[in-house]
Ligand binder design. Structure first.
Ligand code: MG
Length: 451
């Protein structure tokens, strides 16, 4: 049987030129174009396969009757910004933080939000069982360009923060763009804000020679060393398509994404006298603690940044994010945005006149641990149901997988959408409890697998 699901949590991501060939990309884009029927912006990250896939996507869109605006290499959120303000749809060629061999295609709607499930299904059906619309020869458009969009996007970010305070602070910042799409934005943005900028891995390169595209602590040793040896105030790192920002504090310590999320949440709520915060069920209790203290309210969606973005739009939320350093400012871009995240964090440091380590120290503190356990795909549903049964005496949240809440903390057990594993993520006040919680989660999966 042919697997007719193509989309993951946000778009299609595959090995470039194996599954993700020009033929594949072109037909998929034609199916999307058939539904959008309008002006579509196209951009991508600097992967070696991006130009090949981008040209195939453009062909597909033109063939289905769309007008295409080629925006070149640029961050995912810059495309989302452009679509929301000027166009009917957008296609982004990127595999985000995946290794260099992969690439992917993300489709967004007219608001710049990742397309909803029902639209994905329509595209898949058209891809496998029906044919996309093909317009006659005299209705095929030309390709247009928009070369101002990056400047406009950076300018817009600058206008959203207190430039004078940041300028006065005169921060020394080291930026590691990992040779990704942020090379075209973050260094320029920081200089515009009056920071003293040192760059590393800021030449776009699809081989990612400096480091892997994912900004994990293991991949950021060079940045950590540079921050220490230059005596910088801050280190900034991004993933391949520049929708996530990770910080290194002035001591060279890696700051986890849930900490920067909590920090920005605190100041967004203070600035706006409260508001609605949207996150996923896998995010820290700290987000709830801060909301309670500063007049906010929190709602949690299933895991997936586009679900957070959609909820922010539907419920008119103030701010949202995920534990991995992806922050969403819905009045700017309906998706994770690395540039405004960076500017906001620097603005907070400037206004509070405190180093990043101290600002982080002031936040509620929890311990967390992430683990995974193998489970064949075909058993996932059954195991999940049995875990829900076995834990019914506890307080349980089944928004996504099973999240069990106890006095000590919580553990969430979720089947992965892309790999034959369960992800198990626990959080508690102290290390002993978090170990117990995560072991418990793992043991629940193993017990159901045996029975
Ligand atoms: Mg990304």
């Amino acid at each position: 049987m042919v697997n007719k699901r193509l989309f993951g949590t946000f778009g299609v991501r595959r090995r470039a030129n194996e599954v993700l060939t020009p033929e594949f990309a072109s037909k998929l884009a034609a199916a999307y174009g058939t539904l959008i029927k309008g002006q579509v912006a196209v951009g991508g990250d600097p992967r070696t396969s991006t130009p090949m896939i981008k040209h195939a996507v453009i062909s597909g869109l033109l063939s289905s009757g769309c007008r295409v605006i080629d925006m070149g290499i640029l961050p995912t959120p810059t495309v989302q910004y452009a679509v929301r303000n000027y166009y009917d749809g957008g296609v982004i060629i990127t595999a985000s933080h995946n290794p260099p061999q992969d690439n992917g295609i993300k489709f967004v709607d007219g608001d710049g939000i990742g397309i909803p499930d029902d639209m994905e299904e329509k595209i898949e059906n058209m891809f496998f069982d029906e044919n996309p619309n093909r317009v006659p020869w005299d209705e095929i458009s030309e390709v247009e360009y928009n070369s101002n969009i990056i400047d406009e996007y950076i300018e817009n970010v600058v206008h959203r923060v207190d430039k004078d305070s940041i300028q006065d602070a005169g921060f020394k910042v080291v930026v590691d763009c990992g040779s990704g799409a942020a090379c075209f934005t973050t260094p320029y943005l920081l200089r515009e804000l009056g920071c003293q900028v040192t760059t590393m891995n800021c030449q776009p390169d699809g081989f990612f020679p400096g480091r892997e595209p994912e900004p994990t602590e293991d991949n950021l040793h060079d940045l950590i060393n540079a921050v220490k040896s230059l005596g910088a105030d801050l280190g900034i790192a991004h993933d391949g398509d520049a929708d996530r920002t990770i910080c290194i504090d002035e001591n060279g310590d890696f700051v986890f994404g849930d900490k920067t999320f909590a920090l920005v949440e605190k100041f967004m709520l203070k600035e706006n006298n409260g508001g609605l915060i949207v996150t996923t069920v896998a995010t820290s209790q700290a987000i709830y603690d801060i909301a309670k203290k500063y007049g906010g309210e929190v709602i949690a969606t299933r895991v997936g940044d586009l679900l957070v973005a959609r909820a922010l739009k539907e419920k008119n939320g103030l701010f949202g994010g995920e534990e991995n350093g992806g922050l969403i400012f819905p009045d700017f871009v309906y998706g994770r945005d690395a540039a405004l995240s960076t500017a906001k964090i620097i603005e907070i440091m400037a206004r509070e006149k405190k180093p990043l380590s101290e600002l982080i120290e002031e936040l509620p503190s929890y311990q967390s641990e992430k683990r995974k356990v193998e489970c064949p795909d075909e058993l996932k549903v059954e195991v999940m149901e049995k875990i829900a049964e076995a834990t019914c005496e506890f307080e349980v949240d089944t928004t996504d997988g099973v999240k069990i809440l106890t006095e000590e903390g919580w553990v969430i057990i979720r089947p992965s959408g892309t790999e034959p594993i369960f992800r198990c993520f626990a959080e508690a006040k102290n290390e002993d409890d978090v170990k117990k919680m995560v072991e418990w989660g793992i043991s629940l999966v193993l017990e159901q697998l045996k029975s």
